[in-house]
Design a protein around this ligand. Structure first.
Ligand SMILES: C[S@@+](CC[C@H](N)C(=O)[O-])C[C@H]1O[C@@H](n2cnc3c(N)ncnc32)[C@H](O)[C@@H]1O
Length: 241
């Protein structure tokens, strides 16, 4: 469980620890407020709620480029990852994907994540704790090449040279388990796909997931003219053997 609560206003939200909280309209003491309780500051109404994993992830510190929610959600949609799954992830980066998956597999499952750089490892470790994922997400300050977890339901790679780890991922997955590789560049994706084919993965597919948000101004509605278009290619493969 995270130690944070969410103070929700009609236009803003504040992820805070209990105590006296500064909002955009004034201070409010939520030391003893119950979940669901309405409080007021500066004449405006707020409600105290439990933060979701999305609220918590928005507050996490970022170092390396994260896997965005649209891509993390696509991983869930294609693989069907669920409660109790044992997953391996690397590199951890800021820990976003590992935390997102940890929230899904829950306390009956496990996410092992590897990060070789000490500064990113420290950042991700703090993010994991902030999101209440200690005990579910286990982070190791080690090279991904050292992983030894067996009988995995899913392996996710978001690191340079992922193609060199595809064969080992195959060996460490359960039958029916999934490998998912996130590649920012198509040249990387091509190498990954080729290694997946050589290693014996089946049901291989590649997805680029583009999301467009629309906005409505004074009754006229259109897509935002700017936004994130390309993030990365997701390559999926399933172990049948
Ligand atoms: C793009 S980031 C991963 C972001 C992460 N998926 C997230 O959602 O926050 C890539 C990370 O992989 C780490 N990395 C690269 N090669 C590695 C290796 N061989 N072993 C462990 N970590 C590695 C890098 O230091 C970097 O932090």
């Amino acid at each position: 469980m995270s130690e944070y609560v969410l103070l929700l206003h009609k236009e803003r939200k504040f992820l805070v620890r209990r105590g006296v909280v500064n909002t955009h309209v004034g201070r409010v003491d939520i030391s003893n407020a119950k979940i669901g309780e309405k409080v007021s500051a500066g004449g405006e109404e707020f409600v105290v709620v439990e933060p979701t994993i999305t609220d918590l992830l928005e507050k996490c510190r970022r170092g390396a480029q994260i896997i965005m929610p649209k891509d993390a959600a696509q991983i869930v949609a294609v693989t069907g990852v669920g409660r109790g799954w044992r997953c391996l992830d690397g590199g951890s980066g800021s820990g976003f994907l590992a935390i997102f998956l940890g929230h899904i597999v829950g306390s009956e499952g496990k996410v092992y994540t590897y990060e070789k750089r000490k500064e990113f490892y420290e950042k991700a470790r703090k993010n994991i704790s902030m999101c209440g994922m200690d005990g579910i997400v286990e982070i190791k300050n080690e090279d991904m090449g050292n992983f030894d977890e067996e009988g995995l339901d899913m392996v996710t790679f978001d690191l340079k040279g992922a193609e060199n780890l595809v064969g080992r991922a195959f060996e460490h997955l359960k039958s029916g388990g999934w490998l998912v590789v996130y590649s920012p560049h198509i040249e990387q994706q091509i190498k990954v796909r080729s290694e997946m084919e050589k290693s014996g993965f089946s049901h291989i597919k590649m997805v680029e997931n583009i999301q467009r948000e629309w906005k409505s101004v004074a009754g006229y509605t259109h897509p935002f003219p700017r936004g994130i278009m390309h993030t990365g290619f997701l390559t999926f493969g399933r172990k049948i053997a």
